[in-house]
Structure formats: C-alpha cells, structure tokens
Design a protein around this ligand. Structure first.
Ligand SMILES: C[S@@+](CC[C@H](N)C(=O)[O-])C[C@H]1O[C@@H](n2cnc3c(N)ncnc32)[C@H](O)[C@@H]1O
Length: 254
C-alpha cells in the first residue's frame, strides 16, 4: 500500500507545490538535513529530493524513519538516489524522536493518524528542541478531495506495472484480488474524514509561542488537490534583532 502511495505522489507530483516553502524554511533554519517521520514506503521523496536541489540550492540529506520501518522499500530508495536519501533501520516513533536524530523534521500524509493530544506532543518536541518541522497533508474533509480519492484505485491500477522493481505480488493483490485498490480508497476516505483543518492546526500550536520560534499554517494550491501545511521554524538571533538603522527610522517617524 505504501508503495502505491509513493508511486501516486511521485507520478502526479502531488507534493510539488510545497517545494519553494520547504526550500525557504530549510534555509531559514540553517540546515540541510531532513528527518522524515512516518515515511512509509518513502512517500514523495524520490521526486522532492531532486526538486529541492534545483535552482542553485544544494540537495538536502534526507533520512527516512518510521515506527514500522519498511527496510526493503527504504533500501531501494537509497540505492535509486545514490544515498542522497538514507534511512534509520530502528523504529522511530514520531512522538518520541531520539536526540541523535537532529535535523528539520517533515511529515507527509501522516498527521491525520494522530489524535489532537498526540499532534501537540509532536509539535511540543520540535518546539522545545528548537528543530524545524513541516507537516504536509493532501487529505482534506471537502467534497472535491473525497471525489478525487475515488480516482485513487484507478490510478493505482494504472501505476502498478510501472512500479520498479517489478513484483508479482503487486500484480496479484491489485488485479487478481484487488485488495490494495480497495484499501487505498478506504484509507483515503478515512484520512479525509480524520484530517485536520487549518484552524485545528493553528489551535495545536497555541501553547508553543516564543520570539525565537514561529509557526505558519496555510494551504498550497495543487493541480489535483491542495496541500494543507503547518510549519514550525526556529528564528535565528540575527533575524529577531531589528537592525540599528531601521530602529532609527522607526523612532524618527513617531
Ligand atoms: C499513510 S502512511 C504515509 C507514508 C508516507 N509518508 C507517504 O506520504 O506515503 C503513514 C505511515 O505512518 C507510520 N506511523 C504510524 N504511526 C506512527 C508513529 N507513531 N510514529 C512513526 N510512524 C508512524 C505508519 O507505519 C505508516 O508507514
């Protein structure tokens, strides 16, 4: 299933619209190391890691992690990207990240798996450790997204023979016994119903305010579906301090 999800995100470039924002917040946080949480089969990274490295930006180093790491999918992705993408083979719970995994945290299509108190735990840890975090979700509780989810089984059936490396088990579970297309559709509908709105996401950040950390919540427009995002980013000291000459201008205009 996570293979199918990854193939969908990458073939349709569903998460392409988040690239400029991700590139900007990585620069603001002063890091090029991404710790991806809840990575599943690798999600949209085979395409995003290439796109993030375009326009003069250096490609980030991406570490895939999951509570139930899919070693085979992770190994394939590492090999296919020449180790730009690597993985953590031990389980990593998004609510309890080991301190040695420092870097800008990302989560794709996963936040709706967590209850509101769990979402606050995830945000609190990023805030307290002053690590950046970017949460992106294509699932949304609206009629258009629910309609788009109905196209997911058809897209999966079209993509299956194109997923590499080829596996007969995929053919069986998609065409002979179409458990995967059905489960992708059912999971898609449930994900939309469980998704967080922008207002919900803002509310979860309410307890975590400080002048050296800021939050952004919004939606990126996509070709097929829009992407809801919540980004938390440490603010560096030089960005917090108002330059002397700007202070003078502000004083003189009073
Ligand atoms: C819907 S999949 C998303 C996979 C991938 N990010 C993508 O975009 O295709 C959700 C993933 O979250 C993982 N997961 C669930 N609970 C988790 C937790 N508490 N900590 C880390 N990963 C978790 C699951 O194992 C699963 O691989």
């Amino acid at each position: 299933m996570t293979d199918g999800l990854g193939a969908m995100w990458n073939s349709q470039n569903i998460y392409g619209p988040v690239v400029p924002r991700l590139r900007r917040v990585l620069a603001e946080a002063g890091t090029n190391r991404i710790i991806d949480l809840c990575s599943g089969g690798g999600g949209p990274w085979s395409r995003l890691c290439h796109d993030l490295g375009e326009k003069g930006a250096s490609a980030p180093a991406i570490l895939l992690t999951d509570k139930y790491p899919n070693q085979r999918a992770f190994q394939q992705m590492c090999a296919a990207t020449g180790n730009v993408i690597t993985f953590h083979s031990e389980p990593v719970d998004a609510m309890c990240i080991p301190p040695e995994l420092a870097g800008f945290r990302t989560m794709f299509t996963s936040i709706h798996h967590f209850a509101p108190s769990e979402v606050r735990t995830i945000l609190m840890d990023a805030f307290e450790q002053r690590q950046g975090i970017a949460i992106f979700d294509s699932a949304k509780r609206d009629p258009w997204t629910l309609l788009a989810v109905c196209g997911v089984p058809l897209l999966a059936l079209w993509l299956v023979p194109r997923i590499r490396p080829f596996r007969w088990s995929r053919i069986f579970w998609n065409y002979c016994l179409p458990v995967i297309p059905f489960t992708l559709w059912f999971d898609g509908v449930m994900s939309c119903l469980r998704s967080y709105s922008q207002a919900d996401l803002w509310e979860s950040t309410a307890e975590f305010t400080s002048e050296d950390y800021r939050w952004e919540v919004g939606e990126e427009r996509g070709r097929l579906v829009n992407i809801t995002y919540l980004v938390g980013c440490p603010v560096r000291k030089e960005e917090r301090e108002v330059p002397e000459h700007e202070l003078e201008v502000a004083k003189s205009s009073l």
